[in-house]
Design a protein around this ligand. Sequence first.
Ligand SMILES: Cc1cc2nc3c(=O)[nH]c(=O)nc-3n(C[C@H](O)[C@H](O)[C@H](O)COP(=O)(O)OP(=O)(O)OC[C@H]3O[C@@H](n4cnc5c(N)ncnc54)[C@H](O)[C@@H]3O)c2cc1C
Length: 495
Amino acid sequence: MLLTYGLKPVPFNHEMLSLTGLPRSSKKTVTVIGGGVAGMSAACALAEAGLRVQLLERRGYLGGRASSYLHPGVGEVIDNCQHVLFGCCTNLIGFYRRIGVADRIHWTSEMTMIEPGGRRSRLGPFELGPVRLPAPLHGAPSFLSAKAFSFKDKLALGRAMRAMMRVTSRLGEADDPAESLGDWLRRHKQTDGAMNRFWRLVIASALNAEIDEIAVPYAAKVIRELFLNSAQAGSMGMSTVPLSGLYAGVTSFLEERGGSVHLNAHVEGAAWDGAQWTVRTRTGELASDFVVVALPFEAAAQLLPHLPQVEGAAELAGKISRHQHWPICSVHLWFDREITELEHAVLLDREIHWMYNQSRLQTGRGGHYIELVVSATRAFAALPREQAIRQAVAELAEFFPRVKDAKLEKVALVKEVRATFGVPPGIDAARPTAVSPWPNLFLAGDWTATGWPSTMESAARSGHLAAEAVCASLGEAKAFLDAHLRPRGLMRLLA
Ligand SMILES: Cc1cc2nc3c(=O)[nH]c(=O)nc-3n(C[C@H](O)[C@H](O)[C@H](O)COP(=O)(O)OP(=O)(O)OC[C@H]3O[C@@H](n4cnc5c(N)ncnc54)[C@H](O)[C@@H]3O)c2cc1C
């Protein structure tokens, strides 16, 4: 039963919900606030554990910052931005498996880097029939033959990779915790080519921030997972359906286990009576034994003053205030003809960073739909719409000359100003665990203490951690966290 709140208040279905007092069934009830990846993964894990889950989402659809919608300007369903995952994202994959959509992810191990003018370099694991090189050497042959890097760039990158392997895997314990990635790279004498074409482009855009605002252990984590630990960990996944299509099964998953999804349910506050929570939305109230707050940090900050005053709340508010947003922009272009046979590519030396050929990636999409992504660039995000589109199309033509003859049929620009949180040195002290200062109330969200940067994996991990914390407080310890992918080959010795 899906309850959708319209603009006018719609009464709750009393058969499904208890507005006050005890839940109608003997099952313990949990209200999950926020229908992003964190909230959905917590909700599904808790439903599987036997709790009755009420998932509340302020928008009219699930997915949060990783969702799709019908764009009115172009009349097409588009993702708010291309989202990629990697083989190392075990909790996100675990969440997809739980709701039965893991087979909707298309996996590839190849990454094509293109220089303006069109010269290509392919990065990926070495395979010659059954012959494979052990990690971390699996990517070495393609890296050594990549034309995008000079011999000096390769020496510098090899040196830095070795040094990165020594950076402790326990985040927050780099040699000098205050050193930024930028300073670390300058100390390790990185060439301009290595800086611009690898660190600034591949690593900084994976972490969606400028190199001077990234903590070294986070960069080390990306390097190890994507390039060193194993070919499987570094393989790249992209959805073959618009993102919201992935979550279509969440509602039925919860309903089949006695739960419910409530869209257009903006939570404004919550009260604790010593035994139960009453969660207040704009259109009604819900009672539950537990609450999981699975909001982005700025929405959590807005909710805090509307929760009961308790010791520790001010400290949590202080932690949240240390977080900062970084933008991501995407330009969606429909051409009258195919401009490239590639599924995706990394575009070097320009403002646009990634190209995704959505007509090839998404099943049944048709047409000639190309999406360009610009990460961590506040300057691009500030450009007026027409200028941003003009620049993106002009740059695209430098990589794919067919753009010059093609007719641009329609275009959408999506600026996500609050796309991700940054991971500057010291940020771990501002990432709270799932346990909150309130009784029976737990925290989730990509920005909480997961050890991962702002990603869907971090969100899914946080959801699983919050679900474990709820079960632990019920005295029924359960494990939802999916195991980390073990390093392979020689990396096992270095782990
Ligand atoms: C443009 C862009 C590109 C990205 N690219 C990638 C990528 O390639 N790979 C990757 O792994 N990650 C990527 N990310 C990051 C990823 O999307 C996020 O880390 C992840 O989706 C966060 O999930 P979440 O559940 O923690 O938060 P959110 O997705 O923000 O979910 C929180 C939910 O709470 C709802 N909400 C807010 N306030 C209230 C309220 N008061 N009451 C009820 N509901 C409320 C929101 O509407 C939202 O649905 C990208 C993000 C963006 C924006």
